[in-house]
Design a protein around this ligand. Structure first.
Ligand code: ADE
Length: 422
């Protein structure tokens, strides 16, 4: 159990509501629950300090519970200033004895102060969603690098950064790239972001998607999920891409593919999901239709050039909570959702618990694996071992009551041979 009681959260009086919602999410997280129950019996994390920098949601709270059940001493800070659920942060402190540093809407200084507080915990293991804790450790807490057994990384953007660190020979400890597990990105990135991004846009605006032109920038797993679900809501979906293979996939999945410079002339709703910066820029805003809605679902708020939008505006105001109206010189209005921060977590509740069940099962088992194999890991970025990935899929199917076939011995032999007859 955690021994610290340090925290910085909005209001501990919100804890009771947080507990109710954490328990509700738990109903949809049977794989993580099974891991928590095993951890309780086996105590594989006893004596280890974990600094986790994740979106502070009901699902994350259930991950923290599993880690604590395994014996870990966990400190949690937010991985985004707008995604924190204040009732969950309060519940974790007041009811689950976790140290939490996270307040929804915190400014940049507070955000980084909270990350420093998590690093002050002197972790043996780090857990990141976007590599911010690892960034701080490598930038100015280097004396701690040697004490860290391993870190895990939850998201595509973070893994890209950590691979860059590895390429430069600068990675200070081993990383397990949870995002790369099939039971993570094929479900969380695709179906989780797909549903929760639409949820965020609709909760923020209450717009009807049917009949609207919905432009999605990027056709990775996240873009695929958003495109699929926007089509399901009756939108005409347009994809923009820089990668020819992904663009071809979008065409053959039945979507219109256009360069952003043309999409801006016809789009009603725009959503960026590329992981790169400057995807929607000044030249695009200059040609958007009156009333265009612009949102981002990538990890960082760099995909939309918000300073350019601000500089073009003659007037701004909040049309609704999380919907900022920019009136341009010619009278056109553009609506930016949630300050360009990931709309699924800022305007909705992030991915539903049923997919986070698998993502966080990967996190919990990756930490257990890192402890068990500490001596064998180099300062490299590792995939989640295939056995863990397959076991999570097996458990998830079991909890869903879905049975599958098994290879017969003859079939297995056939697949393993090169000379058995065709
Ligand atoms: N990332 C996306 N959705 C999330 C959620 N519900 N909880 C934690 N991290 C998330």
């Amino acid at each position: 159990m955690a021994t610290t009681k340090r925290f910085d959260v909005r209001d501990l009086a919100l804890a009771a509501e947080g507990v109710r919602r954490i328990e509700w999410a738990e109903r949809e997280m049977p794989v993580l629950r099974a891991i928590r129950e095993r951890f309780e019996r086996e105590q594989p994390l006893t004596g280890y300090r974990i600094s986790a920098c994740l979106h502070v949601t009901t699902e994350t709270a259930n991950l923290v519970r599993a880690l604590q059940a395994g014996g870990a001493d966990v400190v949690l800070c937010a991985s985004n200033p707008l995604s924190t659920q204040d009732d969950v942060a309060a519940a974790l402190v007041a009811e689950y004895d976790a140290a939490v540093f996270a307040i929804k809407g915190e400014d940049n200084d507070t955000y980084y102060r909270h990350i420093e507080a998590a690093v002050d915990h002197k972790p043996h293991l780090t857990m990141d969603d976007g590599a911010d804790v690892i960034g701080v450790l490598h930038a100015h807490r280097r004396e701690q690098l040697g004490e860290i057994i391993a870190g895990t990384e939850e998201t595509t953007t973070g893994v890209i950064r950590l691979r860059a660190l590895e390429r430069d020979g600068a990675l200070g400890f081993p990383i397990i790239a949870v995002n790369e597990a099939k039971t993570k990105h094929l479900f969380d990135n695709r179906y989780g972001t797909g549903q929760s991004t639409i949820d965020g846009i609709v909760r923020a605006t209450n717009l009807l998607l049917a009949g609207r032109r919905f432009v999605i920038a990027g056709y990775g797993w996240v873009g695929k999920g958003v495109a699929l679900r926007a089509r399901g809501m009756g939108a005409h979906v347009i994809v923009t891409e820089v990668d020819p293979v992904s663009a071809l996939e979008a065409v053959m999945d039945g979507f219109q593919v256009l360069p952003m410079s043309r999409a801006v002339e016809i789009g009603d709703i725009f959503c960026t999901a590329t992981g790169d910066k400057s995807v929607i820029t000044r030249e695009h805003f200059e040609r958007m239709k009156d009333g265009a809605v612009v949102a981002n679902t990538g990890h960082f708020n760099v995909e939309i050039d918000i300073p350019a939008l601000r500089s073009l505006a003659v007037e701004t105001r909040h049309a609704r909570a999380l919907v900022e109206e920019f009136v341009l010189g010619d009278g056109r209005r553009i609506y930016l959702l949630a300050d360009g921060r990931l709309v699924n977590l800022s305007a909705a509740e992030g991915h539903p618990a049923a997919v986070m069940d698998m993502s966080f099962a990967n996190q919990a088992l990756a930490v257990e694996y890192a402890i068990a194999h500490a001596g064998e890991l180099d300062r490299r970025v590792y995939a989640v071992p295939d056995e863990i990935d397959r076991e999570i899929a097996r458990l998830k199917l079991e909890t869903m009551g879905v049975e599958i076939d098994r290879l017969t011995e003859a079939q297995a032999r056939y697949l393993a041979s090169w000379d058995e007859g065709t």
